[in-house]
Write a protein that binds this ligand. Structure first.
Ligand SMILES: [Zn+2]
Length: 61
């Protein structure tokens, strides 16, 4: 199950729910963030904050 969570943090380590790739993404990304391995959408912009559509493993301040 993909978790949908909003965050204001800077960098977030997430795991792709499809291929299990771990990737650091920017929490305030203004554009769609996609998995570097399989291309699945991991986060999408929602007015300043990114909506995370993957499992959050760690928040990197
Ligand atoms: Zn992936």
């Amino acid at each position: 199950m993909a978790k949908i969570r909003e965050t204001t943090s800077k960098f977030i380590k997430v795991r792709c729910p499809k291929c299990k790739n771990e990737q650091n993404i920017f929490g305030k990304s203004a554009s769609d963030v996609r998995c570097l391995v399989c291309g699945r959408s991991l986060a999408s912009p929602t007015g300043g904050k990114a909506k995370i559509k993957a499992r959050v493993l760690e928040v990197l301040e």
